[in-house]
Ligand binder design. Structure first.
Ligand SMILES: [Zn+2]
Length: 160
């Protein structure tokens, strides 16, 4: 018990000093950002997965993630680190919008890329699925494209 009290006293007394020291240490350093939070979440998920699969590769991966997290947090090159965060946010947005497109947010059109000039073309949904011939409005290239959705035609029967 006395041992514990002494230990507690040391920590408590050192608290202000440690706090100051830490604040001073972190003064010019980058700290935490969105990429840090992503890596932290990833690390956590990997730990949980690794509890079940117990893989050496995952353990190494966890270690690498922790090293990157700490390296970025304590880095003094704020410019480079914020550029990394920017790149991460851009990638995240791209992935998000990709999945949004795949969820058929636009229910009346289908988006296809021209095989020649790579322009994205918006086509009205045809009444049947399969290969369709499309003329690119930009380069007039005619190409065949596969359409996997068809327009839903609802039959409305009038009550007599
Ligand atoms: Zn084209």
């Amino acid at each position: 018990m006395t041992n514990f009290l002494i230990f507690y006293n040391i920590i408590n007394k050192g608290d202000e000093k440690l706090k100051k020291k830490f604040a001073n240490f972190m003064k010019d350093r980058y700290g935490i950002d969105n990429l840090y939070m992503f890596l932290f979440t990833l690390y956590f998920i990997l730990i949980i997965i690794n509890m079940f699969v117990n893989s050496f590769i995952l353990t190494i991966l966890e270690l690498v993630i922790v090293i990157i997290m700490f390296y970025r947090m304590f880095s003094k090159n704020r410019y480079k680190r914020s550029r990394e965060e920017e790149a991460y946010l851009k990638l995240r947005d791209n992935i998000k919008s990709f999945f949004k497109k795949n969820k058929y947010k636009d229910k009346d059109h289908v988006y296809k890329k021209c095989s020649k000039c790579k322009t994205t073309i918006r086509l009205p949904l045809p009444s049947s699925i399969g290969f369709k011939y499309v003329t690119c409005p930009k380069c007039k290239n005619k190409f065949k494209t596969l359409v996997l959705r068809k327009q839903k035609v609802e039959l409305i029967r009038k009550k007599s």
